[in-house]
Design a protein around this ligand. Structure first.
Ligand code: HSE
Length: 405
């Protein structure tokens, strides 16, 4: 079956490599037919690349070639990936993608276009890189009401936090190391400020509960505010700080979804997820907790998921898989700050007695070198709005959610 790859960066070149190095096994899995690379779309020149005869700068070569049945989009960003994907789907060509930004913002429109073209739009690689999570959520957990999801969805921030926790490295030094290792971009904002994790939360929430959740509906906080002092206090109670994407079912018409640093106690499956690894814990009412773990980024892990989607499309070339979600609603994602109760870690310039007069029951934490005017404590369960009201006159240094996953 003839295929095309759009975008020849890290993921696109990985897709080409996996298709070539796994030719026989892929053919067996499709049922005899192999995936034949026909075009690589990229505006850049790759004169020394062994596939130089496959390159095109003209998208219409792919769109107008009736033999191309499956296209992998690994361009990233919304434009022109959205326009290209729309045209391909409407023309009846299946498209698979690793592009989380596009699926989070335009997934509903693209799924509708796939329906119109009687074809498939698949995006296993958009969340968790090589970790199987989209198909398990949509298919294997179909007999559950999903109660919640908590995920370490960004490898760069998990790498930075791991260095802070295990090597006492400052945030700035760990970020520089992540950049030197090629994990973080030169402009690390999307990773560090939680936007990448937010997009993945949108995709998981849309899939879990059937209504499109958009990035602007998900309250998002990154890790740039986390200090080694916080890491130290939290380690004294056998906990670690992770950047978590959390989704909670409230009722038929409401969910909560947010991205933020969170205290995870050792013993949770999420606590032991180190370095650039990702993990997604899904809580179903029949199955209980299931955890999906693996490499959430990188050339071959991400290509592994993209190629799996291509194989699936090749096997279903004349059939549409019933897969996706419906329209979103403005008030569907609630303000979690007034709705969801949880314990909080607080670090503040206060005395223990001042804390005790405000809170009935807290657990005080300590650290080496703790200044006499600094306290850190874990509260009882309450909403964030209630916590902020209690702390309105305090000099707060940091607040971190404590998770029950
Ligand atoms: N920059 C992302 C990460 C890549 O660090 O996880 C995968 O989305």
């Amino acid at each position: 079956m003839k295929i095309a790859v759009m975008g020849y960066g890290t993921v696109g070149s990985g897709v080409v490599e996996v298709i070539e190095t796994h030719r026989d096994v892929i053919a067996k899995r499709i049922g005899g037919e192999s995936l034949e690379l026909q075009y690589i779309l990229d505006l850049r020149d790759f004169p020394d690349d062994p596939h130089s005869d496959k390159f095109t700068k003209d998208f219409n070569d792919i769109l107008n070639d009736p033999e191309i049945k499956v296209v992998a989009e690994a361009m990233g960003g919304v434009n022109p990936a959205f326009d290209f994907t729309m045209k391909l789907l409407k023309a009846g060509k299946a498209v698979v993608t690793s592009n989380k930004e596009l699926v989070a913002q335009k997934g509903l429109e693209l799924l509708k276009a796939a329906e119109e073209g009687n074809t498939n739009y698949l995006f296993e690689a958009s969340v968790g890189g090589g970790i199987p999570i989209i198909r398990p959520m949509a298919q294997c957990l179909a007999g559950n009401n999903i109660e919640g999801v908590a995920g370490i969805l960004n490898g760069t921030t998990n790498f930075i936090l791991t260095k802070m926790i295990e090597e006492d490295m400052s945030f700035e030094t760990a970020l520089k190391l992540a950049q030197d290792n090629g994990y973080a971009e030169k402009d690390p904002t999307a990773d560090v400020e939680g936007h990448d994790a937010c997009r993945k939360v949108c995709i998981l929430a849309s899939l879990a509960f059937g209504k499109h959740v958009y990035p602007n509906q998900v309250a998002t906080e990154g890790i740039s505010n986390i200090s080694l002092e916080d890491v130290s206090y939290i380690s004294s109670v056998n906990g670690v700080i992770k950047l978590l994407g959390q989704i909670k079912y409230i009722d038929e018409n409401r969910i909560a979804a947010f991205v933020s640093p969170a205290v995870v106690y050792n013993g949770s499956q999420l606590a032991s997820v180190r370095d650039v690894f990702n993990a997604i814990l899904v809580r179903g009412d029949a199955v209980g907790d299931v955890c999906f773990y693996g490499r959430g980024a990188g050339k071959l892990p991400t290509a592994s998921a993209v190629v799996a989607d291509m194989v699936d499309c090749a096997k279903h070339v004349d059939r549409r898989k019933i897969f996706g979600w419906g329209e979103g609603e403005e008030d569907y994602v609630v303000d979690y700050k007034s709705t969801i109760e949880m314990p909080f870690y607080v670090r503040a310039k206060m005395s223990e007695n001042q804390v005790k007069t405000i809170f009935h029951n807290v657990k005080f934490l300590s650290r080496k070198g703790q200044p006499s005017d600094e306290v850190a404590f874990i509260t009882d369960c309450m909403t964030e709005n209630k916590l902020m009201k209690k702390l309105e006159n305090a000099e707060v240094l940091n607040i971190i959610k404590v998770t029950n996953y």
